[in-house]
Write a protein that binds this ligand. Structure first.
Ligand code: CP
Length: 333
């Protein structure tokens, strides 16, 4: 695996999940793989979880790590070709990426969308040029349209916990005998957020659904439909209560409109998950990628309650990142 930018880069998701859980059981068993290898983590935007979990994952594998907030600490980057660089941008991505590839064996990059021009954001121009010119394997730390390390950790969390969840009747064997119903539930927010997390979550869940690992539904208000490129086979509902019926996992997330690009079309607080709404589900576990705005996007009573998996889920970011880096390091040798 020379690239990790989407689920399409992963030939065998069940093997990658098994790798993540094996690393969780024995975090330092593969330290030899990263000896004298360097990971560079480059951020154009803020991060808590992605930065620390990927850094720790690399250290667990014996790698050296360099982290740079490229937007604040680097030169302003030009990405357009054929321009005379007589403006404010001091360095072209062609040289910048190629130079960083000289110092690192693997590079990670985070670059959010501007949410102004859909075609521009969805072309992933910055990411694609970075990959083209750096000359080393690249891990997405979240691009304009996807957040694969998050989605992979989410799938690991579902696979890891479902077998341990007893349905309301307490029949653990029954839980094993069926697949979980997973619902991606849109939630209100005061800011326009990217579609990267829901796109990516949908893409990974649709792939898992294809492999009969789970059943996947998206619940959203009208106008919040994601690009169909990311949702093949997903059931779509415009009624949160209806979608919650029988749900084993509810993945709460806000996103701005794809159709009316970047716009906020709904602020209805009835879309916020509460304990009352959770009663409609199959005692569902609740997930969120974090950061989350309490009592706006997700109620405190759910976040602090026994069904919340958000901290466990964030913990699994480490093992997901470690499994991805391990696979890349094995192919470097
Ligand atoms: N979930 C996530 O990616 O968190 P950070 O933005 O803090 O990295």
């Amino acid at each position: 695996m020379k690239l990790f930018t989407s689920v399409h880069d992963v030939p065998n998701i069940k093997q990658l999940i098994a790798d993540a859980l094996a690393l969780k059981a024995s975090p330092y068993a593969q330290q030899h793989l990263g000896k004298n290898k360097t990971l560079g983590l480059l951020f154009m935007n803020p991060s808590l979880r992605t930065r620390l979990s990927t850094q720790k994952a690399a250290l667990n594998l014996g790698m050296n790590v360099m982290v740079m907030n490229l937007d604040k600490e680097g030169w302003a980057l030009e990405t357009a070709d054929g321009v005379i660089m007589n403006g404010g941008k001091a360095e072209h991505i062609r040289e910048a990426a190629a130079v960083m590839g000289q110092y690192c064996d693997i590079l990670g990059l985070r670059s959010f969308p501007k949410l102004e021009n859909r075609e521009e954001d969805y072309s992933e121009d910055f990411f694609n040029k970075f990959i083209k010119y750096c000359g080393v394997p690249v891990v997405s730390l979240e691009s304009a349209t996807r957040h694969p390390l998050q989605s992979f950790a989410d799938l690991v969390t579902i696979q890891e916990t479902f077998k341990k969840i007893s349905p309301s009747g307490g029949d653990l064997e029954g839980a094993r005998a069926r697949i979980p119903k997973v619902v991606l539930a849109w939630a209100p927010h005061i800011r326009s957020l990217p579609q990267a997390v829901p796109n990516s979550f949908a893409e990974w869940m649709c792939r898992a659904q294809e492999e009969s690992m789970l059943d996947f539904t998206i619940a959203q208000p009208t106008g919040y439909e994601l690009s169909e490129d990311f949702t093949p086979g997903a059931k779509i509902s415009f009624d949160l209560d209806e979608a919650l019926a029988g749900a084993d996992y509810v993945y709460v997330k806000n996103w701005s409109s794809y159709k009316e690009y970047g716009k906020i079309l709904c602020t209805d607080s009835n879309w916020m998950l509460t304990n009352e709404k959770l009663k409609l589900s199959h005692d569902a576990k609740v997930m969120h990628c974090l950061p989350v705005r309490r009592d706006l996007e997700l109620s405190s009573e759910v976040l602090d309650g026994p069904n919340s998996l958000v901290i466990h889920e964030a913990g699994n970011r480490l093992w997901a990142a470690q499994a991805v880096l391990k696979t890349m390091l094995e192919e470097l040798r």
